[in-house]
Design a protein around this ligand. Structure first.
Ligand SMILES: Cc1cc2nc3c(=O)[nH]c(=O)nc-3n(C[C@H](O)[C@H](O)[C@H](O)COP(=O)(O)O)c2cc1C
Length: 344
């Protein structure tokens, strides 16, 4: 039996397979099953910045003296991102009532009491506004680490790439003022110079970058001429997009890398580790195949390591990263003249 243990964000994990943030992570029973199936850590369902701000709004309405300042902050956000917040407030009204902040904190405490593996809390945010105090409450509740899921869609015609990217740096700065537990940043692809920005983000003191979140994309229903949603769950081919960037960034960052998106079987787990990932995160495959899928991933990884005489993850991690292969350009190829020309 190979040794699957590893260190991620300074935390000791028994395996490099992490149950990523999703609705499945709201249940203690599920978390225990993830632990039993061999997950190295669990990331809880995100609490949304807007939920935190809604609670803050309640505070404002309570008539407290400090409330005015909060009110201005909240109004500032609504004014600056009205489309987004209209939808977010809708969501809050329907959903957040049952999922208040106190419940989230109580759930962290409960998870910590019942699990031996690290519990990573998660906040979904799109601004640096004053929700960051909540990060400290998450730390006080006992979370081992905090994942910040920041997704700035570059859809505002009045904002430059630099302005959009600054949000990520501001968020980290604000949250770092609040906590001492390790922070990871979960990001999307929308950067004008991906590797340059990601490298700079890795130098901010974050312990890991989670690459990449999978955006929800709108779709069009051509029969009813209406907007609809596209696939919520990833498909097994999607790991390849992350693989390229993990390989290119491996060895070039000042923090760990968690590879996310499209991990449905043990093979992409092996590939991401070979490319240089510290760990992988899995979500859609659990919806499709159940929590036991984690066991399949662990067993598959173990079997592959035994077959290839690797005793530890460090024996092969990064072996096929861009900096460790003979032809580094292979990871940067986007147009395959030779390949395309063969297809008639
Ligand atoms: C139903 C569902 C709910 C999710 N909820 C969250 C969430 O609350 N916070 C978060 O950071 N990511 C969330 N995600 C994104 C996943 O953590 C993951 O980044 C994404 O699905 C890509 O990984 P996968 O291909 O393994 O699904 C969710 C995904 C799904 C399918």
């Amino acid at each position: 039996m190979a040794d699957l243990s590893t260190t991620y964000m300074g935390l000791k994990l028994k395996s490099p397979i992490i149950a990523g943030s999703s609705g499945l992570m709201n249940s203690l029973e599920n978390l225990k099953q993830f632990e039993n199936a061999g997950a190295g850590a669990v990331v809880l369902k995100s609490i949304f910045e807007e939920q935190i701000l809604l609670e803050t709004q309640k505070f404002i309405n309570s008539g407290d003296e400090n409330a005015k300042q909060w009110n201005n902050t909240f109004k500032g956000i609504v004014d600056s991102q009205s489309h987004y917040y209209e939808e977010a407030l809708d969501y809050i009204n329907n959903f957040a009532k049952e999922h208040t902040l106190d419940q989230y904190l109580a759930f962290i405490k409960e998870a910590k009491k019942n699990l031996r593996i690290p519990v990573i809390a998660s906040i979904h945010c799109v601004s640096k506004y004053d929700w960051s105090y909540f990060a400290r409450r998450i730390q006080d509740a006992g979370a081992d680490a905090l994942e910040l899921n920041v997704y700035v869609l570059p859809s505002d015609f009045n904002r430059t790439g630099t302005e959009n990217e600054q949000v990520y740096f501001d968020v980290i700065e604000e949250v770092k003022k609040q906590v001492t537990i390790p922070i990871s940043l979960k990001i999307g692809y929308y950067f004008s110079s991906l590797v340059n920005t990601v490298q700079k983000l890795s130098e901010t003191g974050v312990s890991a970058l989670v690459m990449f979140n999978r955006p929800y994309n709108p779709d069009i229903d051509i029969h009813n001429l209406k907007l609809t949603s596209n696939y919520l769950l990833s498909n097994p081919e999607e790991y390849a997009r992350t693989l390229r960037w993990v390989a290119i960034l491996s060895g070039k960052l000042k923090c760990d890398i968690a590879a996310s998106s499209g991990i449905h079987s043990f093979e992409p787990v092996v590939k991401q580790l070979l490319a240089g990932a510290t760990v992988v995160q899995v979500a859609s495959a659990i919806y499709l195949h159940g929590i036991d899928q984690v066991k399949q991933l662990v067993t598959g990884l173990n079997g592959w390591m035994d077959e290839n005489n690797f005793e530890r993850i460090s024996d092969f991690r990064g072996k096929l990263s861009q900096q460790n292969i003979e032809n580094p350009a292979a990871y940067e190829r986007v147009q395959f003249m030779k390949l395309y020309s063969k297809i008639e």
